[in-house]
Design a protein around this ligand. Structure first.
Ligand code: FE
Length: 280
């Protein structure tokens, strides 16, 4: 195996979304589609008074993407136009396919024990042929997410496979890999990533060496496509979300919560929101 080198790392920027939620955003939808098939990665962490009162994300639409929420502390209450009502608790994942349209509300709550809220939201693109497909909702409970322990690595597999153990989220167009990887001090982790697939690692605890480059939390690592594996080692321990998937190589036009392929499709979406025909 040849290890991929690091192209560049990104320090998250603080942004405000929803009804005033302060987030750490490392990637955001770009017309250049730099991280194809991934569009956005937000990290919400209410552990600090700096972040003020906990506000949420009142009812809002999405079209053309999957939104993936992973909680580590606290919870999120969810409601949507498909009639789902759910509570995402620590270790759970919500994998929501907006397809042609969904309206949803996501209201974070502090952990009753730590008082914290800690989680991530990833947006995964849909190919043109599925953007106007039916919306769907997967509530993935913590107990259904396998954990593989190997050579000092503890890996929770949301999507993808490690040593023949498969994560519960399958049949997603981007063939995504989404894993929570925790490495003990003095350990090393090597994982195969198909050539041509985009690979990212969101380092949120500790520090490690990514392809020989020292990276401390909190940063997003964007790997070059110059090998078929990633290698991470650590002296003091590190935890990161490993994200990889197959690019669609289609043009995108992002507009707020919508990501389509053409300006005409975005205009059509806005028209449907205005005239009340967005939800079919
Ligand atoms: Fe949303």
């Amino acid at each position: 195996m040849t290890n991929r080198s690091v192209f560049y790392t990104i320090k998250p920027k603080l942004v405000i979304e929803g009804a005033g939620v302060l987030l750490r955003r490392s990637i955001a939808p770009l017309a250049t589609n730099e991280y194809d098939p991934f569009l956005l990665f937000d990290h919400f962490a209410f552990n600090d008074p700096l972040e003020g009162p906990v506000r949420g994300f009142p009812m809002h639409p999405h079209r053309g993407i999957d939104t993936v929420t992973y909680m580590l502390e606290g919870s999120v209450n969810h409601r949507d136009s498909l009639g789902n009502e759910d509570r995402i608790t620590p270790g759970d994942v919500q994998w929501m396919t907006s397809g042609r349209g969904i309206l949803h509300e996501a209201m974070p709550r502090r952990s009753e024990t730590s008082g914290n809220i800690y989680g991530f939201q990833l947006w995964v693109n849909l190919p043109a042929a599925q953007k106007m497909g039916p919306p769907s909702y997967r509530s993935v409970k913590s107990s259904t997410i396998p954990v593989v322990e190997k050579d000092g690595a503890s890996v929770r597999i949301v999507a993808g496979e490690l040593d023949g153990i498969r994560g519960p989220v399958t049949e997603i167009a981007a063939s995504p890999l989404y894993m929570d990887v925790k490495l003990a001090p003095g350990s090393k982790f090597v994982y195969p990533i198909p050539e041509g697939h985009t690979a990212l690692a969101y380092v949120f605890e500790g520090e490690g060496s990514f392809a020989g480059e020292a990276v401390e939390s909190v940063q997003m690592v964007f790997f070059n496509d110059d090998g078929d594996s990633i290698e991470v080692s650590t002296e003091t321990g590190v935890q990161f979300m490993l994200i990889a998937g197959a690019p669609f190589k289609e043009p995108i036009v992002p507009y707020g919560p919508f990501v389509m392929n053409t300006v005409a499709e975005i205009k059509q979406t806005i028209l449907e929101i205005q005239n009340g025909t967005f939800i079919k």
